[in-house]
Design a protein around this ligand. Sequence first.
Ligand code: PLP
Length: 394
Amino acid sequence: KQELSERVLNMATSATLAMAAKARELKAEGKDIIGLSLGEPDFNTPDFIKEAAKEAIDQNYNSYSPVDGYADLKAAIINKFQRDNKLTYTPNQIVVSTGAKQSLANVALAVINPGDEVILPAPYWVSYSDIVKIAEGVPVEVQTSIENDFKMTAEQLEAAITPKTKMIWYSSPCNPSGSVYSKEELESLAAVLRKHPNIVIVSDEIYEHINFGDGHTSIASIDGMFDRTVTVNGVSKAFAMTGWRIGYIGAPDWIARACNKMQGQITSGANCIAQRATITALEAPVSKIKYMIDKFHERRDLVLNLLGEIEGFQLNVPEGAFYVFPNISDFFGKTIKGKKIENASDFSLLLLEEANVATVTGEAFGNPNCIRISYAASEEELIEAIKRIKEVLS
Ligand code: PLP
């Protein structure tokens, strides 16, 4: 009998991509849909990066690169880690991959054995739990609250650790909540982790530069954490390069080597032109991309102000990334436009069908009381979208 693997049958379809597909369907029917569901900057890749890619083509970069990335790209990554994060890596600790998503998948497949537990402070990025499950690990959600700005406390971490805990994964700035862990907060988590030296930390810092607050701390820079932390980053978000597919890690040598081995059997390494362009992106001063970050900051304030006027939306103040994650559980049990709202998925669907605004249900991120709204869209679209949402709910 022909049948698919349990692995793929048990996998969830990416909720963000599913919402985008549903929105496209309605658009094709002629509906004027405003898409606020995708995690993608609405800017073009900066010209200075595009030029580097064009040059790389003309210079005949067309062969397989080393599996873990070009040596000069790894050098640029090492300089970036030193410059921005005070982390000192050596070339054998760096692996370049086809997006941070592949970096995460490599780490999962390289480190997790069946039944190993991975602590995920919720809300977490959609793919974490499915990547962990593909590696036959067990995601262990730790529920945070809006009162605590959706951040896990040291006590919560301590309580979630069992003899089976292999890793903890988190993103800061966080997708979907926009929360940023301060140095002090990371120090308190590190104090717990010091008592459990075998737990590996995966720190996803892909939104590092999209930060409107007091700056960014890499947990690997905290005493005792460097040798057990995988620092994940990439160019998709801050450099508006989602389609170029470049991510990378700085990791303990034994993990980096295993990721290199894994990748050698699966992709043979990342796209060569995109790697060349990434050298230029990472060598540029951060001031060159500040115009995009400033725009995200303005839009965050705009969206918080406008959503704040809608009764029933509880909001934290996201310090980074480009999402707001309102708690909309006040609407549960109500009937709006003839539709009974029982959960965040119903609410998100209501906004799509009645306001023609695409958002993502918080269930996909491990929080069933919230929805995620991306503000990587123009001011006009954001204003119009929130006006429509307000009308539907009033
Ligand atoms: N990590 C987080 C928290 C993300 O939000 C995303 C993209 O949405 C990724 C990783 C994946 O990024 P990449 O495009 O580099 O695969």
